[in-house]
Design a protein around this ligand. Structure first.
Ligand code: AVI
Length: 337
């Protein structure tokens, strides 16, 4: 059995005792703001990770099937450049790893020597992944990290002495706003070596109704996925949110190019959160912003790569051109960003 994982703690990242925000601090800050907000990074407790699995199976959520098609049919285009020296296969936001397993199988078949380093915020998802890796690929050297993406990056600084292939699939980058996606990619560029590759999944801008349907699914799984965040606050922070008094709403902002998700208070109400020791007042129809899911044009992708020190090597599309896995190369020779 060669797959293991470890949970990144504050001590791993801040030995000097400098602390980052935890769940209760983020909830306090988010619910004290106008407009109120909660970060989608907290969606992924055990139930949230399960619900996300269900979302990926929904007929309306085209993102997963499109990317699955890309990886299945164009895996050679990703494998091509990895022959030769040993490398790290680093993956941000692995989930159940269904798409990654196609690549892993192909790499192993080709006899590549590599270490697989999945990084995921959900311990539940990581546990399941490690178990299935041990079962399906017992020969694979896997070291999972349970961490938020930015913290995962800090930790990766120690491993960048090898050649690296970084996967950021599933439109995960789309959950960052513009400033955070640039900062993340720039930090990634900083720790990688010249010539390393990154594969990023982007959901392309398309018919607005089609994009909206992927989030307003007919079975209400996405609504449940968002409401589960209130349930998590109730359980972990001693909140008394009544889930019946909130509804999910997702709309597309044509200016920013993002599906924006909200939980809207259906009446004037006060919610007490024990661990924070404070009540929060909600007006009727007051929204809590929960998630950005950015959609991209080709030109947005080109601009993002250029600004963060990468050049685009290949664009791998599905047959409907709804989604693209964009293969980027770290360019440190003639760029100073
Ligand atoms: C993980 N992420 C890319 C998903 C998305 O599409 O933004 C999360 C999600 N939210 C609602 N449905 C799926």
């Amino acid at each position: 059995m060669s797959a293991t994982y470890h949970i990144l703690t504050q001590k791993d990242l801040h030995p000097a005792g400098q602390q980052e925000h935890d769940f209760s601090t983020d909830v306090l800050i988010g619910l004290s703001q106008m407009p109120k907000q909660l970060s989608s990074k907290y969606f992924y407790d055990e139930r949230g990770s399960q619900l996300f699995q269900e979302i990926m199976e929904l007929p309306e959520y085209y993102l997963t099937s499109c990317e699955f098609e890309i990886i299945s049919e164009q895996k050679e285009k990703i494998s091509q450049d990895m022959a030769g020296e040993p490398f790290n296969l680093i993956e941000f936001g692995t989930g159940d790893g269904r798409k990654t397993k196609i690549l892993l199988k192909n790499f192993l078949k080709k006899g590549f020597e590599f270490y697989y380093i999945p990084i995921d915020i959900s311990e539940a998802a990581m546990k399941t992944l490690i178990k299935s890796m041990n079962k399906e690929f017992p020969e694979l050297k896997t070291e999972g990290i349970v961490a938020e993406y930015f913290n995962g990056l800090k930790w990766l600084k120690n491993t960048a002495f090898r050649k690296n292939l970084v996967l950021f699939l599933g439109s995960n980058l789309g959950n960052f706003d513009k400033a955070h996606s640039r900062a993340f990619l720039h930090n990634l560029w900083n720790i990688l070596n010249n010539g390393d590759s990154v594969v990023i999944g982007f959901d392309l801008k398309k018919d607005i109704d089609l994009m909206l349907k992927a989030y307003n699914d007919s079975q209400g799984v996405t609504a449940e996925f968002n409401l589960n965040l209130l349930r998590r606050i109730n359980r972990e922070l001693g909140g008394n949110f009544d889930l019946e008094k909130f509804r999910f709403y997702a709309g597309y902002d044509v200016f920013t190019g993002a599906i924006e998700s909200y939980l809207v208070s259906l009446e004037q109400q006060e919610v007490f959160i024990e661990k924070i020791g404070q009540s929060f007042v909600f007006n009727s129809w007051e929204p809590i912003h929960t998630e950005y899911s950015y959609k991209y044009l080709e030109s947005d992708i080109e601009e993002l790569a250029g600004r963060t020190g990468f050049f685009i090597k290949k664009q791998l599309y599905d047959s409907k051109s709804y989604f693209v896995d964009s293969v980027w190369i770290v360019n440190k020779q003639d760029r100073h960003v």
